[in-house]
Design a protein around this ligand. Structure first.
Ligand code: NAP
Length: 259
């Protein structure tokens, strides 16, 4: 299927690796030009070069912390226009909620709620004018099924989800959609470091901790960032114009509810 987005420009935040990279790669595969971003420059440049070599699209890159307001201005200026916005940043650390400080909360809100809102604010009016816009926020399965030790993530991402739900419908008539993609367990660096922390906490080997986590997934495996990216590319397609304000769980069947 041709997704009808060849030649559009996407800003994909947090995209040197993992789920963000998966989204960038799938969009580039559809002929979408990219602005990619991450804090560390050298993995970002490597990712940008790989995307160019594999797909032939134009890829611009800017290494910066997406939670910084001046950095966001520079990043937005890197793209000739933003037709597609993929919001992503690192997730907050796990922990006992009694030990989370105000600073911990502000950092989580900045990364996983306020930064996506600021980027939506900065791009949506031009999307409305051009009568095309696709916004995808990478959130977490924890929005639907909160994980106790991820209180910062549960809280901040639920705030973003509520905000998005409130504005998504209003822009649909202009062919501008906003949806959230909720990853379950995907095979990324973040997942690997979470499993290593879990192994330490449970006093077992990393292999045992990984097997225990995998046993929680009916599909019997971790997700591949490439398949996450393909779902993102669909939500950014011309065909997805009728889909907005939704929360798509991609978790190999781990969430047990009917809705
Ligand atoms: P990852 O493999 O660690 O990749 C994160 C990417 O974002 C990297 O490119 C990283 O590069 C960049 N990044 C992080 N913080 C940034 C910042 N402040 N500004 C700019 N770039 C930043 O993580 P992932 O597994 O893909 O996870 C992506 C998001 O999905 C996270 O919020 C995570 O909590 C959430 N999530 C993941 C899973 C999973 O199973 N993987 C499940 C649920 C939710 P730099 O470090 O160089 O900045």
């Amino acid at each position: 299927m041709d997704f009808g987005i060849k030649g559009k420009w996407a800003l994909v935040c947090g995209s040197s690796k993992g789920l963000g990279y998966g989204c960038a790669r799938a969009l580039a595969g559809e002929g979408v030009n990219l602005v990619v971003n991450a804090r560390s420059s050298s993995p970002l440049e490597e990712a940008a070069a790989r995307l160019r070599d594999e797909t032939g699209v134009e890829v611009r890159s800017l290494a910066c912390d997406i939670t910084s307001a001046p950095a966001r201005i520079d990043l937005l200026a890197t793209a000739p226009q933003v037709d597609i916005l993929v919001n992503n940043a690192g997730g907050p650390p796990p922990g006992d909620f009694r030990k989370f400080t105000r600073d911990d909360w502000i950092a989580a809100l900045d990364a996983n709620m306020l930064t996506p809102i600021e980027l939506i604010k900065a791009t949506i009016d031009a999307m409305i004018e051009r009568k095309f816009g696709r916004i995808v926020n990478i959130t977490s399965s924890a929005v639907k099924a909160p994980i106790e030790i991820l209180g910062l993530s549960n809280g901040a991402r639920s705030g973003l989800t509520g905000f998005v739900s409130g504005i998504a419908r209003k822009n649909a008539a202009h062919n501008v959609t906003i949806n959230n993609l909720l990853p379950g367990f995907f095979d990324t660096d973040r997942q690997r470091s979470n499993v290593a922390a879990l192994a330490k906490q449970q006093d077992v080997t990393v292999e045992v901790a990984r097997a225990r986590r995998m046993a929680m997934i009916p599909a019997g495996r971790f997700g591949d960032p490439a398949e996450f990216g393909q779902a993102c590319a669909y939500l950014c397609s011309a065909q997805a114009a009728f889909v907005t304000g939704q929360n798509f769980l991609i978790d190999g069947g781990a969430y047990p509810g009917t809705f």
